[in-house]
Design a protein around this ligand. Structure first.
Ligand code: GAL
Length: 474
């Protein structure tokens, strides 16, 4: 007799179910029904999804996301995370696919960035490539790690060799062509072809065609290759651009920007393009990072948008804060956020504490930079979203969602810094069980800023937190 049958007989099955139910509620605050860009995502355990500089591999009908794990305190390597999902909306934490090594090039106080996984068609092994470096970015090379299973743990093998020497470049990406050949891409535009076992480079097929061009990513549609990359502005966003060619060897033609100028690639930096091949069409998923140094673990978010690909033209003409993808048909569909709107001056729902300004200009936002000032919203429903004004003096907001018993349902840190002012979705909860909740937004008195490899200073100069309006789903 198995455990369940025995438990039913002695009555403990009900208790078992209650415990299991309680644990699952405690772990998983809710689920998502669309791709939401620019807001923290929670995984199946209620933790923020930390997988930046990522790529996605589809394996046995499931999507696997690999990316940088981060802390909120330093840039030191803390491993590469692996998550999986059936729908690209809800992510299950699988494991730390490659942990910090006890010592060596990916040991403590080193840098590990932009992990990319490909399955080697010849050996069936999974190979992970990454940028390895020192904290000061002076010892860069492409490293690799291998695993027999997709989720790992991956075993770090050291540098990827070309003619017996490491490839000493920093930002990197990967591309697997239709014939199964694997390529490693480097900043500037270098492309290296991998050997049959994916464990060394057999040939350099393209030499850098420009300077900068970080976060390189290639995808192919029919006979055209699209090569995307960013300017060199550290964690700051910039207007990313692209090239096209009919051969990876080039010649590569510069095609300009793929998002409207000044949007800074909708405030993100390219990391990967995933073709979602369905029965009806293929949607090309642009994956970008919205960095938030130093609080990269909590407040860096994802900008995932459908690319419009037509001939040699590539674009993301408008920002979709929510959209759906049918992974069986490959069709992308529009989606909306919230049904009911609460204005920031509506004192039936919102209570302010501390010093808040209500702007009477066109933005009409409520804002505060006073540490500890807060606002709370009492509502009944299944989901809450918050729009705010981000800008060059934006700071970090702490957002807590509690139920009527005062129990914390979720807690998120939101970065309201952007180089150019913008009213946008700042926070969105997953769908939680219908009920009464209180959402609290507090000014932390902190903001993100940093300096790059050349000691240029970037980031926010203030701690401003603002509220434009609230959206509720019943
Ligand atoms: C960016 C690069 C990131 C990271 C960062 C550090 O330009 O794309 O991967 O290296 O610089 O400042």
């Amino acid at each position: 007799m198995n455990f369940i049958s025995k438990s039913i007989i002695n009555g403990s099955f009900i208790i078992f179910l209650l415990i299991a139910f309680h644990i699952s509620i405690a772990q998983r605050p809710g689920s998502y029904n669309a791709i939401y860009s620019g807001v923290p995502w929670l995984d199946d355990k209620g933790n923020v999804v930390s997988a930046h500089g990522a790529n996605i591999v589809k394996d046995n009908g499931r999507y696997y996301l690999f990316g940088e794990a981060h802390t909120d305190t330093s840039n030191a390597f803390v491993g590469f995370n692996c998550y999986s999902s059936p729908d690209l909306y809800n992510w299950k934490f699988e494991r730390i696919a490659l942990p910090v090594q006890a010592s060596g090039k990916l040991g403590p106080n080193r840098v590990g960035e932009r992990p990319k996984v490909m399955k080697c068609p010849k050996t069936g092994e999974y190979i992970m490539y990454m940028h390895v470096d020192t904290l000061g970015y002076i010892d860069q090379f492409v490293g690799y790690a291998t695993s027999k299973t997709i989720t790992g743990p991956y075993v770090f093998k050291g540098p990827l060799l070309f003619n017996g020497k490491p490839v000493k470049k920093w930002d990197m990406g990967t591309f697997q062509d239709k014939d199964g050949t694997g390529y490693v891409l480097l900043h500037g535009g270098d492309i290296y072809k991998l050997s049959d076992d994916y464990k060394s480079v057999s040939e350099q097929v393209n030499k850098a065609m420009t300077s900068g061009f970080e976060s390189p990513a290639i995808f192919r549609k029919d006979s055209i290759y699209y090569f995307l990359g960013s300017h060199l502005t550290s964690w700051e966003k910039n207007d990313n651009y692209y090239y096209t060619a009919t051969s990876l060897k080039g010649p590569w033609t510069s095609r300009g920007l793929f998002a409207p100028e000044g949007t800074l690639t909708w405030n993100s930096q390219t990391t990967f393009v995933l073709p979602i091949e369905g029965s009806k069409e293929t949607t090309y998923l642009f994956m970008g990072d919205r960095w938030s140094f130093p609080k990269q673990a909590s407040a860096a978010t994802y900008v995932w948008q459908p690319l419009i690909v037509s001939g040699t033209s590539l674009s993301i003409p408008k920002f979709r804060e929510a959209w759906k993808i049918n992974t069986s048909t490959g069709v992308a569909l529009p989606s909306t956020i919230g049904k009911k709107t609460i204005e920031n001056t509506d004192n039936r729902f919102i209570t302010y504490s501390g010093n808040w300004q209500h702007e009477s200009d066109s933005t009409s936002v409520s804002s505060s930079d006073e540490k500890g000032a807060s606002l709370s919203v009492k509502f009944r429903g299944t989901q809450i979203g918050l729009y705010g004004l981000s800008g060059p003096t934006g700071g970090y907001a702490r957002i807590n969602l509690k139920n009527t018993k005062g129990k914390m349902v979720l807690s998120s840190l939101v970065d309201m810094y952007t180089k150019y002012p913008l009213v946008s979705l700042q926070f969105l909860s997953p769908f939680v069980p219908k009920g009464n909740y209180t959402l609290t937004v507090s000014v932390t008195g902190e903001h993100g800023n940093w300096s790059d490899k050349r000691k240029n200073v970037y980031g926010s100069t203030g701690n401003l937190v603002s509220l434009d309006k609230i959206f509720i789903n019943d």
